[in-house]
Design a protein around this ligand. Structure first.
Ligand code: HEC
Ligand code: HEC
Ligand code: HEC
Ligand code: HEC
Ligand code: HEC
Length: 494
């Protein structure tokens, strides 16, 4: 008891010790409160972990160090005083609760302390919520402007950035946070990469992100897909492609169709260059543990295929390796790599604007001219907006003065909309232009996407290729057929 009192005294007598005590006490209090708050809260706050497990402990430890320093200094001072004979140790004041003034003082000190603690906790909670918000991730940080813009036109525009990029669970906090700190450092020193490279190598596996909301073996079956396009003729003819996509899923315990790849019972691994564009080898591990292996005979480094066995675990140390090759297990993001950061091709952008009527179909050659203007190079957003608007006006003034005059509003509207199409897909300051971020869902131009594996050159040793049959994936019900004709056909059958 006496020792504890002398400990308390040495703590509070030296200013350093006092500061240390307050610091450590506050940090400790906040850590406990935040852990409690997180465990009862409904919402996940991935960034709370930085504060609870990384920032506050630093203050706690700093406080404790100050406490130790304070105690030692106080001890030394005491020893010096003892030696010189003038001992000035005062006892603690006696707290007499019968005294009205002492009671009033104690109550106000308690009330003040409690208020300060509540305010501190609320401020911290608000801070955490802010750091977690899309405003912080997407808008405060101008480097993320392209991702934020592209995200706002996606089906996930209401899903928080952190739900796909960080996920929940304490173990992942540190990993995501360490890389987060590195990003902030790059931002400060202006050494971040432009464009931000894709694929994101440290993206959390889809099991912990996408699969919080979507279920990999859900049976979806066949889904019709309609792709609207327009021709670059004077009438901007509306075309439609209608596909019946065999998305599949699990039935009677076995998966079929496109989502067969993500049934947890199958594992599809592949070896490719870091961009994941150039796939060289695919290994399927079936539920019974047997493997099937395909090699790409178009592989520019055929020494791999020559040995017949190139599994990464069979490789000898001294063997020549291709350092750029990476192995990866397929998950949602290998097909849905643009579930939310949706960048269009110029054609997709133009067709989308025509479809929703933002650009009038009645302007002769508006698609052709729009594409021409979109594909030109401009130095900045303002330059592009001005040049595209002027270009549209000039085209109709020179080539179709009558139509241009009769639809003057439509012309200026088209100029404005097409300018915005440019500005929401191209970001010169981040070096993002058409095609910087490829989309793997499908096979744009009959290469890439699914056809990275489903190509005639991806063969087993016996020469069996991964299926390239159009019917494996979809039935093509109509291909680039004028929409008016499709409408007529359906009217006839009704
Ligand atoms: C629905 C899930 C999801 C949400 C929500 C999401 N992202 Fe992404 N993000 C992804 C995927 C998937 C990739 C591409 C990964 C790949 O190809 O390896 C990606 C890639 C990125 C990249 C790398 C550049 C690129 O386009 O490939 C950045 C930067 C990024 N996201 C920032 C953000 C920001 C900022 C937000 C919030 C405004 C956000 N993300 C919201 C899933 C998401
Ligand atoms: C927080 C929940 C949530 C997460 C996490 C999430 N999604 Fe979604 N996703 C949704 C919702 C809700 C919809 C339906 C949106 C709609 O119909 O407008 C959706 C729609 C989709 C669609 C259909 C798109 C379309 O055009 O109709 C795909 C594909 C998809 N998500 C893939 C993914 C992938 C891949 C990931 C992980 C990178 C992911 N989702 C993560 C909630 C989520
Ligand atoms: C092999 C490529 C591939 C993989 C892997 C894949 N998908 Fe898909 N998914 C597709 C295709 C193709 C479609 C149909 C797209 C369309 O309708 O335009 C689709 C459709 C969807 C849809 C919309 C279904 C609907 O009701 O219309 C959702 C949601 C979805 N996928 C989620 C996921 C999730 C979650 C994962 C990971 C567990 C995943 N997908 C893995 C190719 C894939
Ligand atoms: C990383 C390589 C890879 C990619 C990319 C890929 N697949 Fe596959 N896919 C495979 C392999 C391997 C098989 C199994 C072939 C076999 O068993 O003969 C397969 C099988 C399939 C099957 C048949 C499934 C069944 O019922 O057995 C469909 C359908 C399919 N893929 C569609 C797609 C679509 C659509 C895409 C693009 C959105 C795609 N795949 C992308 C490797 C890939
Ligand atoms: C490995 C699976 C797979 C194979 C094989 C395949 N496709 Fe596709 N195809 C897809 C997917 C996935 C999409 C994209 C659907 C979407 O965007 O919703 C697509 C889209 C299309 C489109 C519409 C694309 C557009 O922009 O107009 C056409 C047309 C098409 N396929 C025709 C074919 C034909 C013809 C073959 C056979 C020579 C074939 N496909 C082989 C998976 C496949």
């Amino acid at each position: 008891m006496k020792r504890f009192r002398s400990f308390l005294m040495s703590l509070t007598r030296s200013p350093i010790g006092l500061v240390g005590t307050i610091l450590a006490g506050t940090a400790g209090f906040l850590i406990v409160t935040l852990i409690l708050w997180e465990s009862i809260g409904e919402q996940q706050h991935p960034y709370l972990g930085i504060i609870t497990y990384m920032v506050l402990p630093v203050f706690l430890i700093l406080g404790l160090i100050l406490v130790v320093v304070g105690i030692r200094r106080q001890r030394r001072r005491l020893a010096a005083q003892l030696e010189s004979g003038e001992i000035k140790i005062a006892e603690f004041p006696v707290i007499d609760l019968n005294d009205d003034r002492t009671r009033a003082w104690l109550i106000s000190a308690g009330a003040f302390g409690a208020t300060a603690a509540v305010i501190l906790t609320m401020a911290t909670a608000k801070g955490v919520e802010y750091v977690d918000s899309n405003a912080f991730c997407g808008a405060t940080c101008h480097v993320m402007e392209p991702e934020f813009t592209a995200y706002q036109r996606s089906p996930h525009a209401r899903v928080h950035c952190v739900e796909c990029h960080v996920g929940s669970g304490a173990r992942f906090f540190l990993k995501a946070k360490v890389s987060g700190v590195r990003e902030v450092y790059r931002l400060w020193t202006n050494t971040y990469e432009r464009p931000i490279p894709t694929p994101v190598n440290n993206l959390r596996p889809a099991t912990a992100t996408c699969q919080h909301c979507h279920w990999p073996t859900k049976f979806i079956g066949d889904r019709p897909g309609v792709i609207d396009k327009f021709r670059s003729d004077s009438a901007n003819t509306h075309l439609q492609t209608i596909l019946m996509l065999h998305v599949g899923g699990q039935t009677l315990g076995e998966s079929e169709g496109i989502h067969w790849h993500v049934d947890p019972a199958n594992e599809v691994r592949y070896r490719s260059d870091p961009s994941r564009e150039d796939i060289r080898e695919v290994v399927l591990t079936r539920p019974d543990g047997t493997e099937k292996r395909w090699f790409n005979s178009a592989d520019p480094n055929p020494q791999w295929t020559a040995t017949g066995s190139s599994a990464e675990e069979d490789r000898d140390e001294g063997e020549e390796t291709i350092p750029t090759d990476v192995w990866r297990s397929m998950d949602c993001v290998d097909c849905h790599n643009r579930p939310t950061h949706v960048y269009w091709t110029p054609e997709q952008a133009m067709d989308e604007a025509l479809l929703r009527g933002a650009v009038s179909e009645n302007l002769p050659f508006v698609r052709r001219e729009g594409l021409r203007l979109l594909k030109e190079e401009y130095g900045s957003r303002d330059e592009a907006l001005a040049a595209i608007a002027d270009g549209m006006e000039a085209f109709y003034r020179d080539s179709f003065p009558a139509a241009g005059q009769a639809q003057a509003d439509a012309v200026s509207e088209a100029g404005e909309v097409i300018g915005l199409l440019w500005a929401t897909n191209i970001f010169p300051e981040m070096n993002i232009t058409w095609g910087t971020y490829p989309d793997h869902l499908g096979h744009p131009g009959f290469k890439g996407g699914c056809l990275r594996c489903h190509t005639g050159t991806m063969k087993t040793e016996d020469g069996e290729a991964v299926s390239t049959d159009c019917g494996t994936c979809h039935q093509v019900l109509a291909m680039d057929k004028p929409a008016a004709q499709i409408r007529l056909t359906t009217e006839e059958t009704n």
